[in-house]
Design a protein around this ligand. Structure first.
Ligand code: URA
Length: 226
């Protein structure tokens, strides 16, 4: 697990990871090779949440290290102008579902306290959900195409910002205007803008209001392909 940032927070995140390592709350513990608690910067104002580990993640114990992860990293770099180590990345479930199937509600529930714990420690201002599973978990919505580019309120004053899962983008390669990839690039640019504003201490309400305008203008101008 790679951690950066505040040492006290790192210790607490490590403590959660140790609990995950011995977790037997759901049947996924029977088929896992490694647990995948999450990694990155514990001071990040923006946290990324995917669905669950795949084969590469299960083998290495790190989130988003396979093809989808490489695409996520590339988009972070090119469009958000962020390094992977700038943000914290985790998943809804911390063990690989066999054959990469969608985790069951029972599995999601079993893992909930770990994700809650990570959110309590890191205190992100914005959670970026990758794909449908975390979208549904945080918002109850199930249509990513209708939900992306919008903000949803979660507990406290945490905002949820849904975008496409990178695996979906690997299956939908077109980046012409209006395609999922085109929107995902736009979302990444917005994520970069929000990250820097929040790091400067700007208020999350103010930041999300400002970027809502920006999202509209980028969508109309077709300006995500820089
Ligand atoms: N897909 C996910 O949702 N999470 C990972 O960690 C890797 C692939």
């Amino acid at each position: 697990m790679f951690l950066y940032g505040n040492e006290e927070k790192q210790k607490n995140i490590e403590m959660i990871a140790k609990r995950i390592e011995v977790c037997e709350k759901c049947p996924l513990n029977l088929t896992r090779t490694n647990t995948v608690p999450g990694s990155g910067n514990v001071d990040s104002p923006i946290m990324f949440v995917g669905e669950g580990p795949g084969a590469d993640e299960d083998a290495l114990g790190e989130p988003f290290v396979g093809r989808a992860g490489q695409l996520l990293e590339k988009m972070l770099k090119e469009y958000a102008k962020l390094e992977r180590k700038d943000v914290f990345i985790t998943n809804i479930v911390k063990c690989r579902p066999p054959q990469n199937r969608v985790p069951t509600q029972e599995e999601v529930k079993s893992c909930q306290s770990y994700l809650d714990g990570q959110i309590i420690v890191i205190k992100p201002k914005i959670i970026v959900t990758l794909g449908n599973t975390p979208l549904y978990y945080f918002t109850g919505e199930s249509k990513i195409t209708q939900s992306r580019g919008r903000f949803f309120n979660w507990y406290g004053d945490i905002k949820i910002f849904p975008t496409f899962h990178p695996s979906y983008l690997l299956r939908n390669q077109s980046s012409t205007k209006g395609s999922p990839k085109w929107y995902a690039y736009l979302d990444m640019r917005i994520i970069g803008i929000m990250y820097r504003a929040l790091k400067q201490g700007k208020d999350v309400e103010e930041v999300t209001k400002t970027v809502e305008e920006k999202i509209k203008s980028l969508e109309n101008a077709g300006g995500s392909q820089t």
